[in-house]
Design a protein around this ligand. Structure first.
Ligand code: NAI
Length: 470
């Protein structure tokens, strides 16, 4: 192969693209990955999952030191915040992870090309490095689009990433705003709203729907809303934001009840727009090639991730479904295996979702709402962390586990958790579902005592009305 001809060109170096590139290289394909950002890792690693989790961890420590340790008899005295150090640590965490992906690319002999890619035909990619640099033409047997997504805009609201910000700006504020309005009570809004609330901002969350966290189990979402309100988040449901004006003094937001009624004016130092994400395909030239997209702009693919044009594949946020890094990674592995002649596969029924608030919220499989909609007969087993001994030891007793099982077969249909370490606990349910497990299987598996995971076992026991500790 020449230096510009490859078996596979991956466009986009995020969790979908870089994982696909590594897996394809492992399977013996020659691979190039085109990424326009100077660093690999995509949104998740640079301005998404990773920096937000670093900030969530630091702000959690701050909140614990300021007011959460007294219950343990630990008096931290007057706690102060050094935001510059906190942000520097977050940047260092990102840099370390980026370096890790660089290393993996070298180890797997993946050619990395920096620049914006556009498709000339089904086997040719032109890369523009920007700043008047020389364009480069690459060819490949197959091309994989893994260009991800971008923050969805809100009509009438102009983002400046200083006062009116997306998640990117909210990860890099240089001082704690006195007041922050978050538009959208989805995952991004609640995670970043939590960060700045813990660091001292007054946070108001304005949500269009009559609930938070759409798509998650309704009962879990309602309990999460109660907990977050107790933490000081002012959550305003069924409110529609109609406009925002930025000035030197701050932002003035106008909102009105969805059901109709008088408009309200809200003022804040900073406004975070977190109303969802949309597929990012700008400049790829998909239309010209006949790569079809759906009406929301997501690239349409078949069961093998192939687009409407043979030889062009797509994975991750850009094809829609759950916009999650681990879903993109699994698709990346699957498509690489398919291209190498193997049978790649993603089980969409067992992909967990996690919200890294405190406590965490996690779910896998179907919610009660979906089961009702689909008319499936199910049984429910619930167990509160207040009755779990380890949670009591940890002074973290808020929340519960809910197991949903098929009424006839006892197969686990969904597990939903709000509570301590929910994001890790859910993995047990994912594995059980992946193996076609039943509530009985979960209930009869030995769980270390005292452990938070015992709440899962008890919830599984509760499906058959035989929980022991409640
Ligand atoms: P989202 O879809 O989770 O939530 C957006 C919220 O904004 C919804 O509740 C929606 O009803 C509301 N909304 C829409 N228009 C509105 C308006 N005009 N006024 C008020 N509210 C309005 O989207 P989000 O939080 O922006 O996240 C984007 C994607 O990123 C999601 O798909 C999410 O799964 C992913 N993500 C995942 C994370 C994780 O796995 N921990 C962390 C952050 C993001």
């Amino acid at each position: 192969m020449s230096e510009t001809a490859f078996d596979l060109i991956v466009i986009g170096g995020g969790p979908g693209g870089y994982v696909a590139a590594i897996r394809a290289a492992q399977l013996g394909l020659s691979v190039a990955c085109v990424e326009k950002r100077a660093s690999l890792g995509g949104t998740c690693l640079n301005v998404g999952c990773i920096p937000s989790k670093a900030l969530l961890q630091s702000s959690h420590h701050y909140a614990m030191a300021a007011e959460g340790l007294a219950v343990h008899g630990v008096n931290a005295g007057k706690v102060s915040l050094d935001l510059a150090v906190l942000m520097k640590r977050k940047d260092a965490v990102v840099a370390e992870n980026v370096k890790g992906v660089d290393f993996l690319f070298k180890k797997n002999k993946i050619t990395r090309v920096v620049g914006a890619a556009s498709l000339k035909d089904s086997s040719t990619v032109v890369v523009d490095p920007g700043k008047g640099g020389k364009k480069q033409t690459l060819t490949a047997e197959n091309i994989l689009i893994a260009t991800g997504s971008e923050s969805a805009p809100l009509p009438g609201i102009e983002i400046d990433e200083k006062r009116i910000v997306t998640s990117t700006g909210a990860l890099a504020l240089d001082r704690v705003p006195k007041s922050l309005i978050v538009i959208g009570a989805g995952i991004i809004g609640l995670e970043l709203g939590s960060v700045w609330r813990r660091l001292g901002a007054q946070v108001t969350v304005v949500e269009f729907l009559d609930r938070i966290l759409p798509g998650l189990d309704g009962e879990v979402a309602a309990q999460t809303a109660r907990i977050l309100k107790r933490q000081g988040l002012d959550i305003r449901l069924s409110m529609k934001v109609t406009g925002a004006k930025s000035s030197a003094k701050g932002v003035t937001l106008t909102a009105e009840p969805v059901a109709g009624g008088g408009a309200e004016t809200l003022n804040a130092d900073v406004v975070l727009v977190a109303v969802g994400r949309r597929p990012y395909t700008e400049g790829l030239g998909l239309e010209k090639l006949g790569v079809t997209t759906d009406k929301r702009g997501f690239v349409t693919v078949d069961g093998d991730f192939q687009t409407s044009v043979p030889g062009i594949f797509a994975i991750g946020d850009v094809i829609g479904g759950l916009m999650l890094a681990h879903k993109a990674e699994d698709e990346g592995v699957a498509v690489a295996e398919i291209l190498a002649g193997q049978k790649g596969h993603v089980n969409y029924a067992a992909i967990p979702g996690v919200v890294y608030t405190w406590p965490e919220v996690a779910g896998v499989g179907r919610t009660e709402e979906v089961l009702k909609e689909e008319g499936i007969a199910y049984k429910v087993g619930k167990f509160p962390f207040a009755a779990n001994s380890r949670a009591r030891c940890n002074a973290e007793t808020e929340g519960f586990v809910k197991v949903l099982a098929d009424a006839k077969t006892d197969a686990i249909l969904g597990v939903h958790i709000v509570g301590p370490e929910a994001g890790d606990l859910i993995q047990e349910a994912v594995i059980a579902m992946e193996f076609g497990g039943s509530a009985e299987d979960l209930a009869r598996s030995a769980h270390g005592h005292p452990g938070l995971a015992e709440a899962l076992k008890e919830a599984a026991l509760a499906v058959a009305g035989r929980a022991i500790h409640i």
